[in-house]
Design a protein around this ligand. Structure first.
Ligand code: ADP
Length: 548
């Protein structure tokens, strides 16, 4: 029997429509940027939309054709924002590269993506000059600045000036409509194991992700918000905030390269920012600066923290000392990136603060659109009882199906459907709140039992003398592995090994308490600001535990 089909318009979901919507309905709403050049730039959605169309014209004039990759090495700023729309909106593919990666990795990624144009901030001129001989596919280099800051000398052939390119166009361009499944942008995973892999997003996946993330139980962003994404636009599209802000017409504030506590604090206050998002490490700097100066936030009300587990102590500090609500979020490059966020249900209103905190500290509930499950090592589904922990798998319209240029499928089968294995180990409780215990490669296996490194770190971070802590597996002759806690003390604070270990007493089972503490001046971080466990394990490879 033939099905009756719906009779609604087939209007493709286009990234350009986010910006045309903002220009029309929030045309005078501002976009404020701290520039690499040092000053503050302000303009409106109406201006941004016109310039994005001129950029699309300029790229066509350079000979770019549908599907060509246009790469960026840039901080959060309005020109980068224009590229998000001018590139994707015209059918080209935006490739945001993380400039904090090793130069060899950047070259590898740019070659894998076969980037045709490379747009970069002035900051990265020396880096790009060094890389250029290794980038055969790049035909045009564009520096994101105006004539007055254009480099007088450079080894780059035919270096183009962004402002000249935009100024030369008349803006009569009309955004095209095409298949919503067309690639819009590409982001690479950091590649801690093997080479980085490209996740290719589409217009459709990006728009659905954007609808999902603005919802009240997700980021809950609206037109009355002022949004400052601290998370870089090269870290999974700043978690979708550059798309979400125009969708709801919210004011955007871009910090440029100025991510230290003082600069961020001043910008948050001056521009009346209400909402922000970033990894835990950036908040460490901001909190320290505010505490040292006994400062408060006068407008900041909510922030999304994710990318790695947010220490509960950080959530408490932001909430009780600064009246900032922390929304703990989990996701990954392969998920565009948002999967879960932690917000309370109505039935939790009656709980006391401690019980509420225990829920909010979890990674949270999925956004509608994403489905999750946990499996044992044989691939069988585990119950949602808050106790059983296993491999977390996901599916949904903004989860990848395959990697760029790879033929092998990363997916696994479960109950007759295809799922993406996240590589995270998690438990899900009866109320559907998911909690990550570890990345599968970071779990500490002691005598056949698993110890959660995240749980150990969360406890350590609550000690007033601890600035940062990381728990790693250290080999042990009897138990196979035992936890070693690596700690950075706060400046001037005193803390002994015994005091640190004593702090764990009564908070977890005795056998889970670390065997040893190593104090270091600094913990290594990845290009996205996460603790580099692999490097730490290498550093402490020869470490002899006192219990060994
Ligand atoms: P990479 O860290 O390799 O650059 P991603 O940014 O895609 O790549 O990282 C995704 C991973 O980060 C997740 O699989 C998970 O291990 C970790 N992660 C993200 N958010 C959280 C969180 N809130 N709690 C714990 N781990 C998290």
């Amino acid at each position: 029997m033939a099905r009756l089909m719906g009779q609604m318009m087939q209007m493709p979901l286009m990234i350009s429509s986010l910006l045309t919507h903002a220009a029309r309905h929030a045309g005078d709403t501002e976009i404020v940027s701290k520039r690499v050049e040092g000053d503050l730039h302000r303009y409106t959605y109406r201006d941004a939309e016109l310039r994005a169309r001129k950029l699309a014209q300029a790229l066509a004039r350079l000979g770019c054709e549908p599907g060509d990759r246009v790469a960026t090495l840039a901080w959060n700023g309005y020109r980068h924002f224009e590229a998000y729309f001018g590139v994707s909106g015209s059918g080209l593919v935006l490739h945001t590269i993380n400039p904090r990666l090793f130069p060899e990795q950047i070259a590898w990624i740019a070659n894998d993506a076969a980037d045709r144009v490379l747009c970069f901030d002035l900051t990265f001129l020396p880096l790009v000059e060094k890389l250029a001989p290794q980038l055969p596919s790049v035909q045009h280099y564009v520096v994101l600045t105006g004539r007055s800051h254009f480099p007088a000398q450079t080894s780059l052939p035919n270096l183009l000036c962004y402002e000249d390119l935009v100024d030369a166009e008349d803006g009569t361009y009309r955004w095209p409509e095409f298949d919503e499944n067309t690639a819009s942008s590409i982001c690479y995973t950091s590649g801690t194991t093997g080479h980085p892999k490209g996740a290719v997003y589409s217009h459709r996946s990006t728009l659905l992700h954007t609808y999902g993330l603005v919802m009240p139980d997700a980021m809950g962003i609206g037109g009355a918000d002022v949004i400052l994404p601290v998370v870089p636009m090269f870290h999974v599209n700043a978690w979708g905030t550059p798309y979400a802000a125009p969708m709801v017409g919210a004011k955007l504030v871009f910090p440029g390269p100025h991510l230290d506590g003082k600069s961020l604090y001043e910008l948050l206050e001056a521009e009346k920012v209400s909402f922000s998002a970033g990894v835990p490490t950036v908040w460490l700097g901001l909190i320290n600066f505010a505490q040292a100066g006994k400062l408060k936030f006068s407008t900041l009300r909510r922030t999304v923290i994710g990318g790695s587990a947010c220490p509960p102590a950080m959530m408490r500090t932001l909430e009780s000392e600064f009246a900032v609500q922390v929304i703990h979020a989990w996701g990954m490059t392969e998920m565009s990136p948002l999967g879960t966020l932690s917000l309370l249900k109505a039935k939790h209103a009656a709980l006391d603060a401690t019980a509420q905190h225990r829920i909010l500290e979890k990674q949270g509930k999925v956004i509608f659109g994403v489905d999750m499950a946990i499996t044992d090592d044989e691939g069988a589904a585990l119950p949602w009882d808050g106790q059983s922990s296993g491999n977390l798998v996901v599916r949904g319209p903004w989860v990848i199906q395959s990697y760029f240029g790879r033929t092998e499928s990363p997916l696994v089968a479960l109950e007759g459907r295809q799922w993406f294995p996240t590589g995270d180990v998690a438990a899900i409780d009866a109320d559907a709140y998911m909690q990550i215990t570890d990345r599968s490669k970071d779990v500490i296996k002691s005598g056949g039992e698993w110890i959660s490194s995240i749980e150990l770190e969360n406890i350590a971070m609550a000690h007033p003398a601890v600035l940062e802590a990381a728990a790693i597996a250290c080999s042990h002759p009897k138990w196979d592995e035992r936890p070693l806690l690596v700690v950075v003390r706060k400046p001037g604070a005193e803390l002994s090994r015994e005091q640190m270990l004593g702090f764990f007493e009564g908070k977890i089972a005795k056998w889970q308490i670390p065997d040893d503490v190593a104090f270091v001046a600094e913990i290594p971080h990845t290009a996205t600001g996460k603790i580099q466990k692999l490097k730490l394990r290498e550093m402490f490879k020869g470490h002899r535990l006192p219990t060994a």
